[in-house]
Design a protein around this ligand. Structure first.
Ligand code: ADP
Ligand code: MG
Length: 488
């Protein structure tokens, strides 16, 4: 294709490859496919249409044109993935303000999809506009409905049904459920802490929605930022009594990201009193933070000690098995059929938090749609790179795979226990450690509670024979390999 002037001339991705690309095939496909980038070429000046006249109607018209263009660049599914929840707010001084439904989408829009947006603006004659994204003010708009439920618009997906329970979040999940069924009891306050993107907000909002569904009780989900802003607003407006009434009449107070309250004295003071008032009248308080309460250094001692009189549950990033389950559930929810090998390969490569996992899945789907390909293993490999561990993984991974598949404990595998439901998994582990990791019989024995050489040889032989004769054993071994490596 010889159209050098058109190729990627307006495409930031090609000039700044570090941007990566979920939308521009050129960077990944090489020049022969760079024609995709013709989409990003700026329109000629004479084609530029007059600027938006202003007013809400003008804004909506303009947004309709721009989003139509976005749709044709990204394809229907790609468009829906990223822009479905985006809405125009205003256009002031050549700056177009848009809302994004959440932080994650906003980050993608700002970082990765910026060139696409530029191109859509160029093509619709709005080359001069700058774009600013903000997050929908979800928690801020409070509303009370007839059930007495108070709360902002909650993300409908942040419910218990869509929460996958795994090793890392089991306690927090159980605590959240207990708060719904018996508020103000053992789990009061419930403190859930964990790093970014592990599901704190999801669980907190799930409580709010479950309380809402049951009816009869009031629950308020707020970020500590909103709490602080409302408090300051009330102070300025001389409306503290109303502020107190509102918060202290709740059955559930659910405060997200309490670490942001730390260090703000007036807010802490009020929060302490609100907390006490609720706590003492047996109301349920649930808070989340990004670290354990005792490490919230700038949080007053008395608040810290209040927090620790309930249940403190940490949330760990998901393990391999949970990552797989999350991916499966999200893919199903999107109505997308990804082959198991692609899902496992994704779970294996994206080891961080759930938000990253969702991001990677969205990216695979968006690129697949853009190129009209199946979102398969090859695409995962291409976009996320070869995972060396896929073939060379550690003995610990194999053991982990075996115990999570058979749902037994690591200590059981290493114990003298000989019941069939432990002995069989142990032999499978021996077989895999031998076949795939090429450990010596002695090494294998050492990994499995110090078993001797001949026990290990016997175990390996047994599985090898059984695999020839019994479909069930073949299936088990294959399923575990899939869990460990993603493929085969
Ligand atoms: P945090 O508040 O801890 O930063 P979020 O609750 O915002 O994290 O979660 C980030 C994203 O991951 C959300 O889209 C959420 O729905 C999803 N998520 C987190 N944990 C789970 C889980 N266990 N099952 C399903 N989705 C999850
Ligand atoms: Mg959060």
């Amino acid at each position: 294709m010889h159209e050098p002037s058109r190729l990627c001339s307006g495409c930031r991705a090609l000039h700044e490859p570090q941007l990566g690309s979920a939308w521009c095939g050129a960077v990944e496909l090489g020049d022969e496919r760079a024609r995709i980038c013709a989409n990003f070429a700026p329109t000629l000046l004479q084609n530029v249409r007059p600027n938006v006249a202003g007013g809400r109607a003008g804004l909506l018209d303009m947004w309709r044109a721009v989003s139509g263009q976005l749709r044709s660049i990204l394809g229907e599914a790609g468009y829906r993935t990223w822009f479905e929840g985006v809405e125009p707010i205003e256009l002031v001084d050549d700056e177009l303000s848009l809302t994004a439904p959440d932080e994650y989408t906003r980050d993608w829009l700002e970082q990765r999809l910026h060139p696409v947006m530029r191109s859509a603006l160029n093509m619709t004659g709005h080359a001069e506009l700058a774009v600013r994204y903000s997050i929908e003010a979800v928690a801020e708009e409070q509303c009370a409905d007839e059930t007495g439920f108070v709360g902002g618009a909650l993300n409908p997906h942040y419910c218990f049904d869509e929460f996958i329970v795994g090793r890392g979040n089991r306690l927090a999940h159980a605590g959240a459920l207990a708060c719904v069924s018996s508020p103000g009891a053992t789990y009061n306050p419930l403190v859930m802490y964990g790093g970014v993107g592990v599901g704190k907000t999801h669980l907190l909002q799930a409580i709010a929605q479950a309380v809402h569904e049951r009816g009869g009780r009031s629950a308020l989900y707020v970020t500590s930022e909103t709490f602080t802003n409302e408090l300051i607003g009330a102070l300025h407006a001389g409306a503290m009594p109303e502020f107190r009434d509102r918060y202290r009449s709740l059955d559930y107070l659910l405060i997200d990201d309490v670490q942001f309250i730390a260090g703000k004295e007036a807010t802490q003071e009020e929060f302490f009193h609100t907390f006490n008032a609720l706590y003492e009248s047996g109301k349920q308080v649930v808070i989340t933070t990004d670290r354990p309460p005792e490490q919230l250094r700038s949080l007053e001692q008395r608040l810290r000690s209040r927090f620790s009189c309930g249940v403190v549950a940490d949330i760990q990033p998901p393990d391999l098995e949970t990552r797989l389950a999350i991916l499966r559930s999200k893919a199903t929810r999107f109505g997308r059929d990804l082959p198991p090998s692609a899902l496992s390969a994704l779970a294996l490569r994206v080891r961080g938090n759930v938000r990253e996992l969702e991001g990677a899945l969205n990216r695979i789907l968006a690129v697949a749609d853009l190129r009209e390909l199946e979102p398969d293993l090859d695409l995962v490999r291409e976009l996320l790179g070869d995972d060396e561990d896929e073939r060379r993984c550690s003995p610990a991974d194999v053991i982990q795979g075996v115990i999570s598949y058979f749902q037994i404990k690591g200590t059981q595998l290493a114990s003298p226990e000989r019941s069939r439901n432990v002995a069989y998994p142990r032999q499978v582990a021996m077989y895999l450690l031998r076949e795939d990791i090429k450990l010596s019989f002695n090494e294998i024995g050492a990994h499995l509670g110090g078993r001797n050489h001949s026990t290990v040889i016997h175990g390996c032989d047994k599985i090898e024979q059984d695999m020839r004769q019994r479909a069930r054993v073949r299936f088990d071994v294959q399923a575990i390999r899939q869990l460990i490596y993603g493929v085969r």
